[in-house]
Design a protein around this ligand. Structure first.
Ligand SMILES: NC(=O)c1ccc[n+]([C@@H]2O[C@H](COP(=O)([O-])OP(=O)(O)OC[C@H]3O[C@@H](n4cnc5c(N)ncnc54)[C@H](O)[C@@H]3O)[C@@H](O)[C@H]2O)c1
Length: 284
């Protein structure tokens, strides 16, 4: 397996989705500080511009207003990346949206929107970039943003959990495939718990065409807002954790250590044929 210690190096190219806020913005700042060239994508053009305004003036940056749920948009981003910079060394498939509600009340629009952005956005990123990375033969690293909700099952978050469990297994499959091909591309999956970012305001980017929201969403959002506000790590801490994991070539990135207890309990439940334990605190 190729070491990834030189991926975040000056002159290398980083492609980051969801770069207008939160983790994407902080990792963009970190990569720029290392002298990397940046391709920054986000559905919200003003947020993208706000991130770019924070970068050192001499940063080579390509702004890509882009909805990652749309395959053609992500394919166009890959074409632009290679036309402008000729490579992609770090791909951060990170754009994501949150929402909740009882499973039986979720709407088809909830599923189309959240699976479209959180899961298909990552699928499109892999399909658009990995063939080009393989062809170039250069060392590269793909980091997919899942969540702690991709490792455990959170009541009131079925749509989000399904999307994020999908990202975890997709990342594991990709890892196995690339190892099997002896490729110079490594993979990591980011699984944080609550971190204060714009995630609780995700509805700001929900397309009007997918506007049918389940009736328990508002209750859930209020609880999530509290939990997110209580998060002790910052988005900058998460960006640093990603950089450290890429440098060390670690696959699972769990910045919140306590999540491992929930993972262990879930696996024990499965192995011992028990009913699933709810490891999420009732009152966040
Ligand atoms: N903040 C947390 O507590 C937390 C925890 C676990 C996982 N995550 C995941 O981290 C990732 C980043 O989220 P964040 O917390 O930084 O939230 P955020 O809202 O601050 O940033 C997400 C960015 O994605 C962009 N975006 C939304 N829909 C998009 C689309 N269709 N196409 C392109 N860009 C789009 C938004 O405009 C925003 O700039 C998400 O995948 C989220 O699910 C967040």
């Amino acid at each position: 397996m190729t070491a990834s210690s030189s991926i975040l190096a000056s002159g290398n190219v980083a492609v980051l989705t969801g770069a207008g806020s939160g983790f994407g913005r902080e990792l963009a700042l970190l990569c720029a500080a290392r002298g990397m060239k940046l391709v920054l994508a986000d559905i919200q053009p003003d947020a993208l511009e706000a991130t770019i305004a924070l970068l050192p003036a001499d940063t080579a940056v390509l702004a890509m207003p882009c909805d990652v749920s749309q395959a053609t948009a992500v394919m166009a981003m890959a074409e632009q990346t290679y036309a402008n910079f000729g490579a992609c060394h770090l791909l951060f498939n990170n754009a994501g949206v949150g929402g909740g509600g009882f499973s039986w009340q979720t709407t088809e629009d909830d599923w189309t929107w959240m699976l479209g952005v959180n899961l298909m956005g990552v699928v499109h990123g892999i399909r658009a970039f990995v063939p080009r990375m393989l062809e170039s033969g250069q060392p590269a690293h793909v980091v997919n943003t899942a969540s702690a909700a991709g490792l455990v099952s959170v009541p009131g978050s079925s749509v989000y959990c399904v999307s994020k469990h999908g990202v975890v297994t997709l990342s594991e499959c990709l890892h196995h495939e690339l190892r099997g091909e002896n490729a110079a591309i490594n993979v990591s999956v980011l699984c944080p718990a609550f971190v204060p970012t714009g995630i609780v305001e995700s509805a700001r980017n929900r397309p009007a065409s997918l506007g049918k929201v389940n009736p328990s969403q508002a209750d859930f959002a209020a609880r999530t807002r509290k939990a997110i506000a209580s998060g002790r790590l910052t988005a900058a801490d998460i960006a640093q954790a990603v950089a450290d994991a890429v440098a060390a070539n670690r696959f699972y990135i769990l910045p919140h250590e306590r999540i491992k207890q929930g993972v262990q309990m879930r696996l024990q439940d499965i192995l011992e044929d028990r009913q699933p334990t709810n490891t999420v605190p009732k009152k966040p």
